[in-house]
Design a protein around this ligand. Sequence first.
Ligand code: NAP
Ligand code: ZN
Ligand code: ZN
Length: 351
Amino acid sequence: MQTTSIKAYGTEAADADLKQLQIDRRVPLAKDVEIDIMFCGVCHSDLHFARNDWGMTEFPVVPGHEIVGRVTRVGDGVSKYKEGDLVAVGCLVDSCRTCDNCKDDLEQYCPEWVGTYGGFDKHLQTNTHGGYSERIVVDEEFVLRVPENLDAAGIAPVLCAGITTWSPLRHWKVNENSKVAVVGLGGLGHMAIKLADALGAHVTLFSRSPGKIDDAKKLGADEVIISTDDAQMEAAMGRFDLIIDTVPYEHDLNPYVNTLSTNGTLVVVGYLGPLDPMLVTVSMIMGRRSVAGSLIGGIAETQELLDFCGKHNITSDIEVINMQDINAAYERMLKADVKYRFVIDMKSLKA
Ligand code: NAP
Ligand code: ZN
Ligand code: ZN
């Protein structure tokens, strides 16, 4: 297979900083779109994966799955895109395309889904490499169209932070009668507030950080509950139809379950792993309450979200950084010191 060598940023070990690497991209095949990457968002999953928090990372890793750029070349069989189009790639670059999940536009639950990084690249027989790079080559079925009225840097986080919160909002049919709460004001949390607000819901933020109250209200939250204040948590009992929990690390879900209304659901999208303390079933049984999980979103649903953002003029609140600043950005993300998503300007890598 013909390849070209390009510049990327990644790491060869969990305890090493990210640094510049060379990686190969395939020369576009018949159904491929080659994209010159303009911007790539920085997701907390990039940090988890680079540092092997989930114990499944194979090195080297080139993170990045919030990719926006322009098409530079397409294969002979491509019909959806042409050179110059503003496009995006999210967390998925392939799937089996034949299983029930794929047929239902739920490629993210396909047993053979291929992640944008750390997946298995059937063409090059190596791991896939993500958006902290100059270019990417992706099958047209996994490329998304970006509305031209939106800021290209600001829309990047919609490809993961946005779709990961949009998918549960849609699945649980959030509308103007819904009471939605969001746990944690970071990348996912701030998109969840904006999107739930745009769907007309009453929106509450649970945060540990009193310093974020004003920001949350500007983003669209109707109220903020400080989660470390027992009196405020007590007063919120039985109130929410849907809670989206974006906290990245182990924490106690029980106080949040108590704040669900009858038939309410708490959807975990942040923390991946066993719970400590464990879930107590009492308040689930007493109120027919559910605790669920949700993974990103499918390709059709991601396009639906990009179009919704185009129509409602929604982008992410971002801090643009250079590729060379990524290690400092990870340290700030660990301290929840991001307003509210870092986005890498890929010109800094190409220079
Ligand atoms: P982020 O920007 O770092 O935001 C996380 C927020 O959680 C923080 O801003 C903070 O908000 C809150 N938080 C509570 N306890 C924390 C702690 N011990 N350390 C740090 N923050 C804490 O992260 P993100 O990019 O939104 O990602 C959130 C999680 O979702 C990550 O674990 C990521 O891997 C996961 N994720 C899942 C999916 C999926 O498909 N399910 C997709 C993307 C990302 P306050 O200051 O307001 O408390
Ligand atoms: Zn992500
Ligand atoms: Zn499938």
